[in-house]
Design a protein around this ligand. Structure first.
Ligand SMILES: Cc1cc2nc3c(=O)[nH]c(=O)nc-3n(C[C@H](O)[C@H](O)[C@H](O)COP(=O)(O)OP(=O)(O)OC[C@H]3O[C@@H](n4cnc5c(N)ncnc54)[C@H](O)[C@@H]3O)c2cc1C
Length: 312
């Protein structure tokens, strides 16, 4: 049997089958089949923040270019004990498909090698109840420190005469429900975004007032960047995971009490139960997670097939 339900649901399936921490299982009235305390722990995701910058007309992409162009920067934070290439920033010359998006550059920054870990746990044995998911993205102070330094570095890089030298034209983006709704591709959103976009093409002082009052609840973001406490609060409040959950059925040495699957993907202590998805990653890759997940699944299926063939 091969479980491939992803890093949130695979541990939930194992837990409901009685594979997990005995104390947590008994608390929910689930009979313990295999005691493996690591199931659901070690939940990792890349902590991320997004920013926008008003683009002068000369830097805007024509709407006929369907895709934004991207440039990415991978760099080392230099914070003690952190891996090289632990930080990542992408920039896109358009923040959306519409006329508002065409006026804004979009920056995405994240920590490739976070130390913080969260967990997935059951709230009920009922498979109809979604498990509890705690990302704990900035639990480790080194992750907060690196995210704060990255915000300052990004601001230094992009508040620049080549792009736009006005600090008030650089501000945090938001994936609020309203912005998400505006991203849907339809005529009504196209019209609304062209009105909103036109509101940005006004003299700079007026635009900065619009950005401050309507997007930042009256706060000047340049003041936040310069104030250690305000920046820490902003990062804690705004950080989100980039949909790269991993690690909740961690692969490892069977003697490691928190490993869940052995190096072949087999659930430790089981006869014939495998996990083959992002949940087996012991730690996050220094990259997006889709291709590494496919690679893991290919390796596990190759190993299973070769075992089958040698037994035949
Ligand atoms: C919005 C979003 C954007 C992303 N963008 C990127 C990107 O640009 N680049 C990149 O590399 N990665 C990206 N990722 C991450 C990437 O998609 C994942 O790392 C990858 O899909 C993980 O694969 P998986 O097999 O572990 O899990 P999944 O792809 O989630 O597959 C699990 C499958 O199991 C099914 N399932 C769950 N529970 C059950 C159940 N109880 N019974 C039956 N079926 C079940 C689910 O429906 C799903 O089809 C993104 C993810 C999201 C959500």
């Amino acid at each position: 049997m091969i479980v491939t339900a992803g890093a949130i649901q695979s541990p939930a399936i194992l837990l409901r089958a009685g594979i997990g921490s005995p104390a947590a299982l008994r608390a929910l009235g689930i009979e313990v089949a295999i005691a493996l305390p690591g199931v659901g722990s070690n939940l990792r995701d890349h902590p991320a923040l997004t920013f926008c910058q008003f683009l002068p007309p000369s830097l805007r992409l024509p709407l006929s270019r369907r895709r934004a162009s991207f440039v990415a920067l991978r760099y080392s934070s230099g914070v003690e004990g952190c891996d090289r290439s632990d930080m990542y920033i992408t920039s896109a010359a358009r923040a959306g498909w519409h006329r508002l998006g065409a006026r804004l550059g979009l920056y995405f920054l994240w920590c490739n090698r976070p130390f913080s870990a969260g967990h997935v746990s059951l709230v009920s044995p009922d498979p109809g109840r979604y498990p509890s998911v705690e990302l704990n993205l900035l639990e480790d102070p080194r992750d907060l420190e690196r995210m704060m330094a990255a915000v300052r570095m990004l601001a230094r890089l992009v508040i620049n005469p080549v792009l736009n030298a006005a600090p008030d034209d650089f501000f945090p983006a938001s994936f609020s429900p309203r912005i998400k709704r505006l991203s849907a591709f339809n005529r009504a959103n196209g019209f609304a975004a062209s009105v909103l976009g036109a509101l940005l093409d006004v003299p700079a002082k007026l635009r900065h007032l619009v950005i401050k009052q309507f997007l930042l609840n009256g706060i000047a973001f340049k003041d936040v960047i310069e104030d250690e406490q305000a920046l820490a609060d902003f990062v804690r409040r705004s950080v989100f995971g980039v949909w790269h959950p991993t690690g909740t059925c961690r692969m490892g040495d069977p003697r490691d009490s928190h490993a869940v699957v052995d190096p072949s993907g087999k659930v430790i202590g089981s006869e014939n139960l495998y996990v083959a998805d992002a949940s087996v990653m012991p730690r996050l890759p220094t990259a997006n997670t889709n291709i590494p997940t496919i690679m893991i699944a290919e390796k596990i299926s190759d190993a299973l097939l070769s075992t089958e063939l040698s037994l035949a």
